[in-house]
Design a binder for this molecule. Structure first.
Ligand code: HEC
Length: 145
């Protein structure tokens, strides 16, 4: 059986017509280019901790976030995603700097029907910093799997 995770990764690889390792490198470079501050991002991430765990593959109200950077949407088996998030995963949405920034700024605006009950981060700095922290703490998907 091909896991959802693998299917997502394959979809991502096919979309960009690039080997998976190259995607991981690009994603890491994109995060570095943000110039965010991981320490400040850790503070921002406190808001997420009500629902997410990033240092262990343990789901809470939200799915765990190990390897979240570069991970396809709705990839965690056994987590009950909304239909909206599952549809995005099937369309090939991958969590990179661009898509995370859009989702975190306005979750319900970016994915209508998401069940993430979070208003969004209003400051661009907070978004850059939290993504930098998430890359450091949760790691890059292709590099960790
Ligand atoms: C009130 C609980 C809650 C808070 C707070 C919250 N989330 Fe979520 N998050 C969720 C839920 C529930 C989902 C699943 C959404 C769906 O299926 O539509 C989710 C999904 C996600 C996803 C997609 C994961 C995947 O596997 O596709 C990302 C990325 C994410 N959240 C990041 C964050 C970040 C970063 C923060 C803090 C800035 C945050 N969330 C705050 C509940 C929360």
């Amino acid at each position: 059986m091909v896991s959802k995770l693998l299917k997502g990764a394959l979809a991502a690889a096919m979309l960009s017509v690039a080997p998976v390792a190259a995607i991981a490198q690009d994603t890491a470079a994109e995060v570095a280019a943000l110039g965010g501050d991981a320490k400040a991002g850790k503070k921002v991430y406190r808001k997420c901790k009500a629902c997410h765990v990033i240092d262990k593959d343990k789901n809470r109200v939200g799915p765990h976030q190990v390897g979240i950077i570069g991970r396809p949407a709705a990839a965690i088996e056994g987590f009950k995603y909304s239909d909206a998030m599952i549809a995005k995963g099937e369309e090939g949405l991958v969590w990179n700097v661009e898509t995370l920034s859009a989702y975190l700024a306005n979750p319900k605006g970016y994915i209508e029907g998401t069940k993430m009950a979070f208003a969004g981060l209003k400051k661009e700095d907070d978004i850059a910093n939290v993504i930098t922290y998430m890359a450091e703490e949760g790691g890059i998907f292709e590099a960790t799997n």
